[in-house]
Design a protein around this ligand. Sequence first.
Ligand code: S3P
Length: 431
Amino acid sequence: MNVSNQKLVTPLEKPLKGIIKVPADKSISHRAAIFSAITKEKITVSNFSCGADCKSTLAVLKQLGVEVNFQSERNLAICNKEGFREPQEILYAGNSGTTIRLMSGILAGSNFSSVITGDESLKKRPMARIITPLKQMGADIKAEYDDTKAPISIKGTKLNGIVYNSQVASAQVKSCILLAGLNAEGETVIREPFKSRDHTEKLLSYMEADIEVQDTRVKIRKSELCPKPMSIPGDISSAAFFIVAASIIPDSEIIIRDVGLNPTRTGIIDIMRDMGADITILDKREECSEEIGDIKVKYAELKGVTIGRDLIPRIIDELPIIAIAATQAKGTTIVKEAEELRHKESDRIKAVCMELKKLGADIEEADDGFVIFGKTQLRGNCVLETYHDHRIAMSGYVAALASLKPVKINEFQWVNISFPEFIEVFESLQK
Ligand code: S3P
């Protein structure tokens, strides 16, 4: 079910109860599709993300000649027998930063020319962070507007390995360089200031690439990938909305099944526990080199916390929903050194502060984060904006559930980027 336009959300009168599943992990789905296409063999991917972002990756792969066949709604077969071929038209990555940045790493080392772009939100996001290292590898690549913003024009050429010290802890930057390195002469090494999500490293190892990981340093050499079937766990970034909702709505008790628990992504669990949340992990196991398990959450009294630089990469997508939890926590929550949030699908620092103020929260904006003074009874009775940003839309919905009066959310269809069944799943917990 795809949701559209303005959504009226009425405050919850009952606790959230039940067992749910969330969509497949968006980050891993992108990688599964792209890495399958590199192998030139047919690979089946089960439980692929149903969100628009991963469809953007599939669309770009199709433009490059890759065959994508859905065997059922969530299971697909990817086959690129002939190898990537020059696209006839501009490649369109939609709203997806992961698509444009990872694909640029592949296109840079191809034997054809291409242009890749995206929607209005994506065209505002920084691309120098991938263009600079790719140029150092020998890439012939150029972006419009000061060489920093999409569209990006790429003339494929032979690449050479580099040693690159990234200024940002970004999995998209790291993955772009690693994918370029997979096809470059010599050794490519990337170091980041803090470890970002490591799905690329895990999946490339699973596919037997020549890759070594040592803390925040990853080394890759030119290698062939071994075709293997893949199965994608549930997305912890989608589960985060339910973890917070069940923690702040009195008497709630839920279980979220089959969620990816990669330690580079579980910052939301650690922080919510620090805030006093009642979270238990059940049935932990491993699939395709990724940890997975069920998450049980019960309502609990929360308290404020301080969140700084070292934790940010592990919760980069969860900070908007953590802000909602903070409004319902006793004491002060400080989010600092999180300037990366200004470069996401929207400026998430600004968006969180603007929208939470409308709801009646006590929040102050800082250059690199925000400070929230809790606990506040959110008033509601307002119209929220979503800023072309799925996570801002879903965070607004959870805040509205905990408000006194109904809330309208404009352009709620942005949830389709990662979680088209968001409302349906929430409603299944309200019976
Ligand atoms: C992602 C990495 C993160 C994250 C994004 C998905 C990925 O971005 O915010 O939603 O799949 O690699 P950065 O790498 O820019 O931090």
